[in-house]
Design a protein around this ligand. Structure first.
Ligand code: WT7
Length: 681
């Protein structure tokens, strides 16, 4: 899509947008909220920037205080809390021992309902993290600055491993467990990890899935790229039992529980890290090429997620908070692990799918554990809604606060969330942010603002959003025109760079609207890649990605990645992937593939393309449809017109196609899609 096409599309959406009326948060919520003083926006206003972020920095323990709040001498490589030293694990674990030693840090809820919930206190977490850190240091020889790839499911072992890495200053890179072996191998090679930490199996949808199998392919594929996986550490879902068909490879594979045996009761002093040392890598999809790793800092990141956990998630130490995201995504890193522990909350980790064994499961968990703060995505809300409004009503749970994140939420879905799940008692925050941003950017502050269904809200304290048109002109609030949302200022949670690719970092997020050569941060707005509108009241409404990224159930998939997977099938000559709206998941990918001359289209070939995508990326990328076509619509310069394909998939008017090099193909494809023929599925 060219920027011009996009601009037309987003502007059309804006014309149909009706402003919703405000809803007031419950007085009971406001009475206990962490932040109710509107003066916070004055404190965090531009005239107090960047010193205002002292308030977030002060939420942490520092081994050495910072001397410079923001170093902006080399834009856009901004540094926060310069000179400050700290350890993230100490801040999330050790320092909570004093007041909260016997308080639950994590509840682990296994998917099988008969298996008991595990409560891990801060004291127990401290013990487990220390032993793991000792093992990583002594058995694996890992030290400060090394990278380690984790491919772990939603069990306690995941945060224990992350925090053990953080304790040593080892950079963790957790890959979502649903991602394929190939996807994991790419991330190992890119990050240069020598150690892979995985698990034998985990429960999902009622089945015990063999996960260790993936590790063998991962190691093989990574070896081929020249990055050798020296050790594969295998946690066992049930210590002592092994639930995988894959054999343990002698000299390479080790059971974590056995390796830990020599580390019982060991304590490891937290490594004192610089504020701008890297805490972790998180891979995400972009417009071009392979997924890139957002490289997050120790001080700025932790301060920002602590601050937003306190003010936006409104977490208190006495709350029981459940975020249904997977820790394999940034949401889980920031708002299941680091943020909640930094403010000494109790965080719930649920292993499986929300509707197992039935759609009442989330509400049984909430009721049993006394969950009072709930966090999920529009996709999950839509699925729960489809299961029936009567189900949540059967359970006696009460939420005071709920979050929605990951994709735009329609006002009707928002209202259902508020009325049925939240019982009109819970305040809702619709938090807009990204893997790259570390924490929330736009949202209402729940104790201050009125809610408006479908709108995210204004910029957070210290975040100054703006919306530019294609030419870099600011679109004023209330102009009813969509544009590209940018953040005018740097903030502590923003990634340091893209791992190993500073150039791509600058190009992707700053090339569009910045003034190269300028040393003033005001000339370096952060370009998020989302289309957005700003209403008169300053509330932002995110419309979605303007680049070649498909948002499936709140998870980013690059069309280029999907197309590259299709092209690994030898019969495929060209492939184009487009997003198609979906009632539950927001969007699903659909594939158009043209074949080499002489190759016959057929169901088997479509299946082969589908498997290539699932194997190389993961099941979340499974396309809704695959069309094997004689040709793709192209411009005279040979560019594939994905916009035309999207229109065909959705049954919309494709607009003016006379400028195409092959306009006749449009009708042909339309007929094919309508009749579901020629290898279409
Ligand atoms: C993209 C970022 C934020 C953590 C989870 C996803 C979309 C995210 C919202 C929201 C509308 C949203 C944007 C963004 N998005 N939150 N509340 N309303 N859209 O992180 O995988 O990096 O995806 O998700 O398009 O750019 P991510």
């Amino acid at each position: 899509m060219s920027p011009i096409d996009v601009e037309e599309d987003t502007a059309v959406i804006s014309a149909h947008w009706r402003e919703e009326s405000y809803i007031r948060p419950a007085a009971q919520f406001i009475a206990q909220a962490n932040l109710t003083d509107p003066g916070v926006f004055e404190r965090f206003s531009e005239k107090n920037f960047p010193e205002c972020f002292r308030e977030y920095g002060a939420m942490l323990d520092w081994d050495q205080p910072w001397h410079t709040m923001l170093d902006s001498s080399n834009p856009p490589f901004f540094k926060w809390f310069v000179g400050g030293k700290l350890n993230a694990c100490h801040n999330c674990v050790d320092r909570n021992l004093q007041k909260h030693r016997n308080k639950t840090a994590f509840y682990f809820v296994p998917e099988p309902e008969g298996e008991p919930v595990v409560s891990l206190t801060y004291q127990q977490l401290h013990r487990r993290v220390n032993e793991m850190a000792a093992m990583l240091r002594e058995f694996c020889g890992l030290k400060r600055g090394d990278r380690v790839t984790l491919h772990l499911p939603m069990t306690l072992e995941l945060p224990v491993t992350m925090l053990a890495c953080a304790r040593l200053g080892v950079i963790h890179s957790q890959v979502f467990s649903g991602f394929s072996a190939s996807a994991c191998a790419h991330r190992i090679a890119d990050s240069g990890s020598r150690v892979l930490i995985t698990m034998d199996a985990y429960y999902r949808g009622g089945k015990l899935l063999d996960h260790k199998r993936k590790a063998d392919t991962t190691a093989l594929e990574s070896d081929k790229t020249g990055v050798k996986v020296e050790k594969v550490l295998v946690w066992r879902r049930r210590p002592g039992e092994y639930h995988s068909e894959a054999p343990m490879v002698a000299g390479r594979d080790f059971f974590v529980d056995e390796a830990l045996a020599g580390c019982k009761r060991r304590e490891v002093a937290p490594e004192i890290m610089d504020a701008n040392d890297t805490l972790f890598l998180m891979y995400t999809s972009g417009t071009t090429g392979k997924p890139k790793a957002a490289q997050h800092s120790t001080g700025g990141y932790l301060a920002y997620v602590a601050g937003t956990s306190k003010y936006i998630e409104d977490l208190h130490p006495e709350d029981v908070y459940w975020c249904m995201a997977d820790i394999g995504w940034i949401t889980g890193h920031s708002y299941i692990v680091y943020g909640p522990l930094a403010v000494a909350a109790t965080s719930v980790i649920y292993e499986g799918v929300p509707n197992f064994p039935d759609a009442g499961r989330p509400w049984r968990i909430a009721e049993a554990l006394g969950v009072n703060i709930f966090h999920t995505s529009p996709t999950a809300i839509r699925a729960l809604r489809r299961a029936g409004s009567d189900i949540p009503l059967q359970y006696n749970y009460h939420f005071k606060h709920m979050t929605t994140v990951g994709e735009p939420i329609e006002p009707s879905t928002w209202r259902w969330y508020w009325e049925v799940i939240g019982k009109r008692e819970a305040v809702i925050v619709d938090t807009w942010w990204q893997t790259e941003t570390g924490g929330h950017l736009c949202s209402t502050v729940p104790g201050i603002h009125l809610m408006k269904p479908g709108a995210n809200g204004p910029g957070l304290p210290g975040i100054y959003p703006t919306i530019y048109d294609e030419n870099g002109h600011e679109l004023p609030p209330g102009s009813h025109t969509a544009g590209n949302i940018c953040i005018r200022n740097p903030w502590p949670g923003r990634m340091l760079t893209i791992w190993g690719d500073d150039e791509r970092f600058v190009k992707t997020y700053y090339a569009r609207y910045s003034k190269p050569g300028s040393k003033d941060w005001r000339d370096w707005p952060y370009f998020a890649g989302d289309g957005a509108l700003r209403a008169e009241d300053g509330y932002i409404r995110i419309l979605g990605r303007i680049d070649d990224v498909i948002n499936v159930a709140g998870h980013r998939l690059g069309t280029k990645e999907l197309e590259a997977a299709c092209l690994t099938v030898p019969e495929v000559a060209e492939a184009a992937v487009v997003p198609v709206p979906d009632d539950i998941k927001g969007a699903l990918p659909e594939v158009y593939a043209s074949l080499h001359p002489g190759v016959a289209a057929g169901e088997a070939l479509a299946e082969k393309i589908c498997s290539a995508i699932v194997e190389q990326i993961g099941a979340i990328a499974r396309p809704r449809g695959i069309w094997l076509v004689p040709d793709l619509p192209k411009t005279r310069s040979g560019k594939i017109m994905r916009r035309v394909l999207t229109a065909i998939s959705c049954g919309h008017d494709a607009g003016d196609v006379t400028t195409l090099a092959n306009p006749e193909i449009v009708e042909e494809l339309r007929a094919l899609v309508r009749n579901k023929t020629a290898g279409g599925r």
